[in-house]
Design a binder for this molecule. Sequence first.
Ligand code: FES
Length: 338
Amino acid sequence: MSYRVSVQPSGHQFEVEPGETVLDAALRQNVGLPYGCRSGNCGSCAGEILQGEAAYPEAEPGFECADEHCCIFCQAVPKSDLVIKVREVENVADIQTRTLPCRVVRIDHLAHDVIRMYLKLPDNQRLQFLAGQYLEFILADGRHRAFSIANAPHDDELIELHIRHVDGGAFTDYVFSKMREKTIQRIQAPMGSFTLNENSDAPMILIAGGTGFAPLKAIIEHAFHRGLTRPMHLFWGVRSRRDLYLPELPRQWEREHDFFRFTPVLSEPDADWSGASGWVHEQVLKEYPSPSGHEIYMAGPPVMIVAAREALRKAGVADDAMYYDAFEYAAPSEGGKD
Ligand code: FES
């Protein structure tokens, strides 16, 4: 038998299936309860049960709540309908940045200069983040290197990064030539305020430059997961066809969602390329000469963001309808995001 949980003070409600924890059910239904480890160890998910009863069937030996009013929702399975009180995560300010160890569990070579890396936190840790945020590697000498998280939060077992090799960049040289699976790294995460505005239903234009595709992938997958059907049009600007390092994925999105469109744009097109070419923001304006009324999400090198922002502003897009994540290509000073 499933139970209904009502959250105070937000008034959000969700159903919990038999045997399911309150936290798992909340996240499955896009209610943003806070969490850290999802294994009963950190207390980040703690709140109160105001009405009803819950049990802790899967809790590890020695597990206990701080007091009789406290409930650890990542372990709690309802025994009745519940009214609970907990602070929900609604924006980046609600999530604490943490320093964590992680293991590199997989490296895929996606293109001549881009890899996809998957990181795993220790077994008793999960990273809570919002789609579009980034993390920083903490290097042995204390410097930090930033990368956007490419997966959406509902799929948080591993953290996915897209890393482009930067000529002369010591960190990406190391990643491409020496870093192996099973390597342990320290990260600080999550960071950044480039996220989806979930209070809007305006159509979205998403503009990626190179590995700027990564945070937009997270935002798009999050929007699909939320069941949003706002029109979304992704423009992905790269130099030539070989730089489209995951070309099949947006094409698959296009086949699966009739409100999603994908336009790759090559600035140095291959001889046999018959698609869009030139600067990515110029292509956007060719297809949307009057883009006001849209929300614009942009991620890529600063030069692309600046050019796109200026051109869109001239075309009538208000500043508060433009969201962007500009990263620096970090060579050789190693500042900014790769
Ligand atoms: S105790 Fe860490 S998320 Fe529940």
